[in-house]
Design a protein around this ligand. Structure first.
Ligand SMILES: N[C@@H](CCC(=O)N[C@@H](CS)C(=O)NCC(=O)O)C(=O)O
Length: 214
């Protein structure tokens, strides 16, 4: 049985965007059953967990003695077992993988910086100075994505693991109105989020938080 790590609890600003979501979504799309190992700060700091994830973060993927960390690597590993996520022809497959990396290396890096600034350091003087430039850099990536999408429904000619990853990255901007300014991109994200596999993944991440009532 596949096991993934996830948090027992995170503050509301993080609920629904923790990175086990993308792994859960990939597993749901691939039709692979899994169990979640819910962890806390004590487990994160333990040597047992650090042997699985050197930085103490979630998610970790475990199956038959194989342990993987880094959500991009995990999602790619899952996708390699699913035609839904990775087309079988070589060129289309390579394009889908390209978009997975683009989501992580060209979009998430900026989006994450903005989110950290807004959520962790909103009152710091240096953050106030840095924010306009960072917002501009994020806006630029969003408009570049819009230009690429044009009339397309997905980043390529069908839904792939690239769209899965890009959607989870765009969700990190939910505390801002940046996507409202880009209706094409907002509609793209919502199209991907409407997939039943995403809805199941989101519900599964949220379940322990809702059970706790916070
Ligand atoms: N690059 C890593 C980032 C993982 C990551 O940032 N995980 C966050 C949750 S979304 C985490 O565990 N944060 C707690 C911490 O860093 O201590 C990945 O994609 O797996």
């Amino acid at each position: 049985m596949i096991t993934i790590s996830a948090f027992k609890w995170v503050p509301p600003f993080a609920q629904g965007v923790v990175r086990d979501l993308r792994v859960r979504w990939a597993l749901e799309e691939a039709g692979l059953p899994y169990e979640a190992r819910l962890i806390d700060a004590e487990v994160q700091a333990s040597s047992e967990y650090r042997a699985l994830q050197p930085f103490g973060q979630v998610p970790v993927f475990e199956e038959d003695g194989l342990a993987l960390f880094e959500s991009g690597a995990i999602v790619l590993h899952i996708a390699s077992r699913s035609e839904v996520l990775l087309p079988s022809d070589e060129a289309s497959r390579a394009r889908a993988v390209t978009w997975l990396f683009a989501a992580l290396n060209s979009v998430e890096n900026r989006v994450q910086q903005l989110a950290e600034l807004d959520l962790f350091y909103p009152d710091q003087e240096w953050a106030k100075l840095r924010r306009p430039g960072l917002e501009k850099a994020v806006r630029r990536r969003l408009s570049e994505l819009v230009a690429w999408l044009g009339d397309r429904e997905y980043l390529e000619d069908r839904f792939t693991v690239g769209d899965l990853m890009m959607t989870t990255v765009l969700r990190i901007l939910r505390h801002t109105d940046l996507l409202d300014a880009e209706p094409t991109l907002k509609a793209y994200k919502e199209r991907c989020e409407a997939r039943p596999a995403f809805q199941r993944a989101l519900a599964a991440q949220m379940e322990p938080f809702q059970r706790r009532g916070t």
